[in-house]
Ligand binder design. Structure first.
Ligand SMILES: [Fe+2]
Ligand SMILES: [Fe+2]
Length: 296
């Protein structure tokens, strides 16, 4: 085995050991029937897409809490949609992998984590009494294309974008004692297990980039930009605004123009943008999509 190969196997081996020590079954760990805390937000209010806008000022305190609940349901819907894509990409990769390698075994362990996460997000949406905010038809087809074709740098970069953007929100939520206990618990479980996924994806991404030629990298930059655009756009589904009596198109336009929300998007993407830019995956036309999505 080459040195780089040995290094990747060692990382995967450590992640497998860590998975044995700290993995959670959300159906057992979380009391799904516990009453919600009256008046507590589901997201820090300053992370709401409408925070600071005239529309926000017109909402009652109760409606503001309600809006953050639907924004969380939207993010959870996006999270489990993306996890379904991710699981299929990892399984597709596994199909041609060496099943005795630690990397292949860790891939399967990650799929097992994501199975529990998607159940957890489904239970969360149900417990909040919110609708499932589904991807648009265009995004649905883009997702189908991604999960059927992406491999190498495209696959690991798309995984990192989705995981790291959600992770930024969840780390803040789990540390904020003023928020609903249910969303703090869900965030804590997700953050612990996702830290391993992010570590693994960075390692595999570096190897995949090293093995990809200039044409493959140019295609990857474009696809990665499109994935970033979709994820940023999909985070808050426009229908969430209807839950507090705001027409979806009006809410969406206000969020897009909201400097607080634009700052939140940049904050959530800062880490993954820096990492992907460092390996040469944010440049050219793909970079324009990052900018159009408000992520940079
Ligand atoms: Fe997950
Ligand atoms: Fe993950």
């Amino acid at each position: 085995m080459e040195a780089a190969e040995t290094g990747r196997a060692a990382v995967a081996d450590r992640l497998l050991t860590s998975s044995l020590r700290t993995s959670y079954d959300p159906t057992v760990e979380i009391d799904w029937d516990a009453p919600h805390t009256p008046g507590a937000y589901w997201l820090p209010p300053q992370r709401s897409s409408l925070y600071g806008t005239p529309l926000w000022e017109q909402l009652s305190e109760e409606q503001r809490v309600e809006l953050t609940k639907h924004e969380v349901a939207s993010a959870a819907s996006a999270g489990l949609w993306f996890e379904t894509i991710l699981m299929q990409m990892l399984i597709r990769e596994y199909y041609r992998a060496d099943p005795t390698s630690r990397q292949a075994q860790y891939s399967l362990t990650e799929v097992a984590d994501e199975c529990r996460h998607s159940i957890m997000f489904g239970r969360l949406i149900e417990a909040m009494g919110c609708p499932v905010y589904r991807a648009s038809t265009v995004d649905h087809h883009l997702g189908r294309f991604l999960k059927a074709t992406a491999s190498g740098p495209r696959m690991y970069a798309a995984i990192l974008i989705a995981e790291e953007i959600l992770d930024a929100f969840q780390r803040e939520i789990m540390a904020d004692e003023s928020l609903q206990p249910l969303i703090r618990m869900v965030s804590r479980i997700h953050v612990v297990e996702e830290a391993r996924h992010v570590r693994f994806a960075r390692e595999e991404l570096a190897a995949a980039v090293a093995a990809t030629g200039p044409v493959g990298m140019a295609y990857a930059r474009l696809l990665v930009g499109r994935a970033a655009y979709t994820i940023a756009n999909r985070l808050v589904h426009p229908d969430v605004y209807a839950a507090v009596g705001i027409p979806p198109a009006v809410g969406r336009a206000a969020a897009r123009a909201n400097p607080h929300w634009r700052a939140t998007l940049r904050w959530s993407a800062a880490r993954v943008h820096a990492n992907l830019a460092e390996v040469g995956l944010v440049a050219g036309p793909g970079r324009l999509l990052w900018a159009r999505a408000g992520l940079i």
